[in-house]
Design a protein around this ligand. Structure first.
Ligand SMILES: C[S@@+](CC[C@H](N)C(=O)[O-])C[C@H]1O[C@@H](n2cnc3c(N)ncnc32)[C@H](O)[C@@H]1O
Length: 462
């Protein structure tokens, strides 16, 4: 049977591949199919065909794998949020560890690197401290709603079905966000439906309501509600803010970000504080942080503490070292390490993140952290002080190759590399390999029920 594009086949899923897709191998040709797990027998349509691989779209599960669970969430077969809910958590961790190990070996070409067991997330539901729901003038219908004419299709607030950019699932219950968030989401939905203002239309770029972003502080059990609208309409959003604060004393901040940008970003060109403060407070270990609506903050607070504890363990600071943290975001790692080092320098490209980092250092009475704003490849050559230890926590694309060269020139004795993408981690470790030996890697799970995995690697100068 030669596999052909646009044809559908019965296929047996034999493994999980990079990116979390199921892998079938009819006649030796790797076929990747989303939302499938090993042991499933499925009917799938080939949507992409290359010389050495193909991609299939799941049409029907003919025989479900014995590894398949029901999945806690109503929408888990459709929503792009957590596609691995049907896989037991222990097995998810096994797959994630293997994903890291195989990336290091196959992409980085590094053999016999010790990859430890994944540090699990606890809890595995209600773990996300930030969710962003899109408003849409078009609602995606669940199969059970398709025949029901009473179901209105003109408004939805929730998450996208992958591949349908202008339609959202009207999410009533998201299992990875603390439950109070679902109640707030529902009240916002009712308010929007009764308002005279339409939801933003992702094709025509008209309409008013764009996003609802919810942030939760685990330590203080408080919430930030950020309403993103296309234009300013204070009377309407103020009414919504009044309704929410009256009902939920846990809401510490209500913000309105206003943007008419056509791209799907929720950061406002203008930001108004409608109620409470313009930030919420969170704690990581003994340190406090102010988080504003548009700041970056790791989305799984408890796993973040485990991640940073591993960074501390690998850095093994004695109090005498100069530490440099590349890609320092809002300064959480420098602040975390501040009482273990002589001084910590952070470099970050986003201006507001650098402002937050400085403010967070002040909030914790920390005087030995310095933050530099700019692109690392421009800032690094200007810094004269050579670090003893370097922490590197780049975005998914990993390090720019010029930055790798600059790191090699600076030559710190030790590097702790934090990565949210095993593929670019592997690539960068390979580039650093002539000078740095990778001693071990510990994956840390920040994102249960997704294939995403964070890793911390310890590199020591040869
Ligand atoms: C994965 S986040 C790390 C944040 C921080 N370490 C933490 O744990 O919260 C990566 C950060 O790198 C920043 N960034 C991306 N490219 C950059 C560049 N070329 N130069 C400096 N910072 C950059 C992003 O703005 C982001 O804050």
């Amino acid at each position: 049977m030669a596999i052909k594009k646009r044809k559908a086949y019965e296929l047996e899923i034999i493994d999980i591949a990079f990116g979390g897709k199921g892998l079938a191998k009819p006649e030796g040709l790797p076929v990747f199919i989303d939302r499938c797990i090993p042991g499933d027998v499925v009917f799938a349509k080939i949507i992409k065909k290359k010389k050495s691989w193909a991609e299939g779209k799941l049409i029907k599960i003919i025989k479900a794998s014995p590894l398949r669970n029901q999945g806690k969430c109503l929408y888990c077969n459709f929503c792009g949020g957590c596609k691995w809910q049907q896989i037991g958590y222990d097995r998810q961790l096994e797959y994630k560890k293997r994903h890291v190990t195989e990336s290091i070996e196959h992409i980085g070409g590094l053999k016999n690197i010790q990859v430890n067991d994944v540090i699990a997330s606890d809890p595995i539901f209600e773990y996300r401290n930030k969710m962003e729901f899109s408003c849409s003038a078009k609602r995606w219908l669940m199969p059970s709603e398709l025949e029901n004419e009473a179901v209105k299709k003109d408004f939805g607030i929730g998450l996208h079905v992958p591949g349908t950019f202008d339609k959202v699932i009207d999410i009533k219950q998201c299992e990875i966000m603390p439950n109070l968030g679902n109640k707030i989401l529902d009240d916002v939905r009712s308010f929007i439906k009764q308002s005279d203002l339409p939801a933003y239309h992702l094709r025509t770029h008209e309409g008013f309501w764009r996003f609802l972003m919810l942030r939760h502080s685990v330590s203080f059990d408080t919430w930030m509600v950020n309403i993103v609208t296309r234009y300013k309409q204070m009377d309407v959003v103020s009414d919504l803010a009044a309704l929410l604060t009256k009902k939920y004393p846990q809401i510490a901040s209500i913000m309105n970000n206003i943007t008419d940008a056509k791209s799907g970003v929720s950061i406002g060109k203008e930001e108004v504080c409608l109620k409470g403060e313009d930030h919420i407070k969170e704690k990581l270990g003994k340190f406090s942080f102010k988080i504003s609506a548009n700041s970056f903050f790791q989305t799984n607070t408890r796993s973040c503490e485990k991640l940073y504890a591993k960074v501390s363990e690998y850095a093994a600071l004695t109090g005498k070292e100069v530490v440099m943290d590349l890609y320092s975001g809002t300064g959480t790692i420098p602040i975390w390490l501040s009482d273990q080092a002589k001084m910590v320098m952070g470099i970050e490209i986003v201006k507001s993140a650098v402002i937050d980092a400085k403010e967070n250092a002040r909030l914790n009475d920390i005087e030995n952290c310095d933050f530099f704003e700019g692109d690392i490849k421009d800032v690094l050559p200007r810094l004269r002080q050579k670090p003893d230890v370097m922490i590197i926590d780049p975005p998914r694309i990993g390090m720019h190759k010029d930055v790798v060269q600059q790191v090699l020139l600076m030559g710190p004795e030790k590097i702790v590399y934090v990565s949210c993408n095993p593929a670019t981690l592997a690539r960068d470790l390979e580039m650093l390999c002539p000078t740095y030996e990778t001693r071990e890697i510990t994956p840390v799970d920040m994102f249960p029920h997704t294939y995403h995995i964070e890793s911390v690697a310890l590199l020591v100068k040869r």
